[in-house]
Design a protein around this ligand. Structure first.
Ligand code: GLU
Length: 212
């Protein structure tokens, strides 16, 4: 289990805030890193195997401004630590991006039934089932309702952050067995797996309980 961080708020420098937050989570160790931002109705993203500075290199020349985004450092449990398996993961339409800390115990059963419904899987991770399950419900429900419905079917541990280009200005987060803390700033919010990632910005924090 490694690191997650999200930002939504008044700053237009979401990319910088997220990368800086990831660096504060580096002490936990990780094998890959990635970021996704909502801008102009679509997702801008990049991910890589290896260290955060490699992610920064890949992002050179990419406009990572915006005011909503999520970022991840992975410690692989299911699937090689390569770029494809790095988080964020995406739904079939590229509308939803999701990052996850933890392990989805029943991912094989979920993957089988989602594949039968024509969801296309492109990674070896346990995590990817989450984003396709959410996609299924997001067709008819808001992002937060879709996440709630999806998580009812999930067994395992998770701290997740989810964004949708259909609903910009919003991050949905949830936890079960993996830590998630919300930081409240002035017209801005942070959400992370570890308070170290957000203390620079705010000391007003709320620790989520399991199932929240
Ligand atoms: N189980 C997930 C994976 O292997 C998440 C690992 C993590 O917590 O970093 O991608």
């Amino acid at each position: 289990m490694c690191g997650i961080i999200g930002y939504v708020g008044k700053s237009n420098n979401v990319g910088e805030i997220l990368i800086e937050g990831l660096k504060r989570l580096e002490y936990r160790g990780y094998d890959s890193a990635g970021v996704a931002i909502v801008r102009d109705g679509s997702l801008v993203w990049e991910k890589t195997a290896g260290k955060i500075h490699l992610l920064e290199e890949k992002l050179k020349g990419v406009d990572i401004s915006g005011n909503v985004g999520i970022a991840h450092t992975r410690w692989a449990t299911h699937g090689e630590p390569n770029r494809q398996n790095a988080h964020p993961h995406f739904d079939c339409s590229g509308t939803i991006a999701l990052i996850h800390n933890g392990i989805i115990e029943n991912y094989q059963t979920l993957k089988k039934s989602l594949s039968a419904e024509n969801h296309e899987f492109v990674t070896e991770t346990d995590t990817e089932v989450l984003v396709h399950l959410i996609e299924k419900y997001h067709a008819k429900h808001s992002l937060e309702d879709a996440v709630q419905k999806a998580l009812k079917l999930v067994e395992g541990t998770y701290g997740i952050l989810v964004i949708s280009s259909k609903e910009p200005g919003k991050i949905v987060g949830a936890r079960n067995g993996s830590p998630v803390v919300v930081g409240i700033g002035e017209d801005e919010y942070f959400i992370a797996s570890d308070v170290a990632a957000i203390l620079k910005h705010t000391r007003q924090v709320i620790y989520l309980e399991d199932q929240q």
